[in-house]
Design a protein around this ligand. Structure first.
Ligand code: M6R
Length: 369
């Protein structure tokens, strides 16, 4: 039931704040992360020397965000891999490897086969999944459910923010269990985590209309580029995927630092480029680097749409449009920055008269390899 919304996707984007809140609910106690499903499983995280995250599509981009959180808080090296690539390259995996799979449906065949292969090779397996009792969690040693609620639209939106939330919870939990994270840093991070739903709500309330207007103006656009650095990079990839799958427009996401290694050749006058701008307060060096990337593409005529922190005045002279997100420390920025991109992709597809719930050629759950 669309509950009065024009599409399931519109409803599900509106549910992003509660998907995050529900995923946190019941998992914080006295300034610590307590994940009931992982009760008694502390051993799973002892003696682990590396983490491999396996997933496909949007869930893979959540994994890329998770890498930064796990490495920073739990101090374990993390590789993030597309499940179908992992499965067929004779991967080097053993009992000291923790494989974290991410899947909304829990039925994606590529991810399932990769998890089975990892288990066969002796890895410990943990599944982050949105669907109770699905196959991937059943095949795993441990489960952390996301509580986004059922996601009907083919494009994954609320499940994505819930997956990133679960990865934050897991990274904080493992950091504490392994003694890599101080109680003070954990408590401060948990406070930030708990503030996220309200911040996402702020974006929907204050920016959604303007973004939809922008997507209507851009409905004839034939190509859109997305740039990001650090945690902004996976969000650039996610923004591009959503636009491709929903509006059938050519879209590509790049690491901003790669520009001069090739992609800048694509920039011609009028080319729209979304740029994820890191917080000037939380990440001053990164911020300066991204501003200089913006200058480079602007000088070549790009039309810059910046996703930037509210109050970041430095970005104003360089951007044609600025989409505002509330202040958050660097690791938490991606979960906010993605919201305008979800709204934009949905708006542009709607402006083109396309079915946002059921894009052509795609299925909600990809149960073939
Ligand atoms: O159910 P899963 O999370 O395993 O699905 C993975 C991808 O197929 C999925 O995220 C896909 O990329 C979405 N259509 C993206 O919006």
């Amino acid at each position: 039931d669309k509950g009065g919304w024009s599409s399931f996707m519109a409803k599900e984007v509106s549910e992003e704040p509660e998907a995050v809140a529900n995923t946190i609910r019941g998992r914080v106690k006295d300034g610590e992360i307590v994940i009931p499903e992982l009760d008694g499983l502390d051993d799973l995280f002892q003696g682990v020397s590396r983490v491999i995250v396996l997933a496909c599509g949007t869930a893979y981009y959540a994994g890329l965000v998770g890498k930064y959180a796990i490495e920073q808080w739990a101090r374990i090296p993390v590789d993030v891999e597309l499940a179908h690539e992992f499965r067929y390259r004779d991967p080097i995996v053993g009992p000291d490897t923790l494989v974290v799979s991410i899947s909304q449906s829990g039925e994606t065949m590529d991810t399932l086969m990769a998890v089975k292969e990892a288990a066969r090779l002796g890895a410990r397996t943990l599944s982050i999944c949105n669907t109770q009792g699905a196959t991937i969690p059943r095949e795993s040693d441990a489960i952390v459910y996301t509580h986004a609620g059922p996601e009907v639209a083919v494009a994954s939106t609320k499940a994505f923010v819930a997956q990133i939330t679960a990865l934050y919870l897991l990274a904080l939990h493992v950091g504490r269990v392994r003694g890599a994270l101080s109680p003070a840093v954990a408590a401060a991070s948990i406070r930030e985590l708990e503030a996220l739903p309200e911040k996402i709500q702020w974006i929907l309330e204050n920016e959604q209309e303007r973004i939809e207007q922008l997507s209507r103006w851009m409905s004839d656009t034939r190509s859109v580029l997305f740039l990001g650095r650090h945690v902004g990079y996976p969000i650039a990839l996610e923004g591009a995927l959503k636009l491709k799958e929903l509006s059938y427009i050519h879209a590509e996401g790049f690491a901003a630092g790669e520009l001069k290694h090739g992609p800048i050749a694509l920039i011609e006058p009028g080319q729209p480029v979304f740029v994820m701008v890191p917080s000037p307060r939380g990440a001053a060096t990164l911020h300066a680097k991204v501003i200089s990337n913006i200058e480079e593409i602007r000088a070549r005529g790009a039309r810059v749409i910046a996703v930037a922190e509210e109050g970041d005045a430095a970005v104003l002279p360089f951007a044609d449009e600025v989409l505002r997100v509330p202040l958050a420390s660097p690791l938490f920025e991606p979960i906010l920055a993605v919201v305008p991109l979800h709204v934009f992709a949905m708006g542009l597809a709607t402006a083109k008269g396309l079915d946002v719930d059921q894009p052509r050629n795609l299925a909600k759950s990809v149960t073939v390899e």
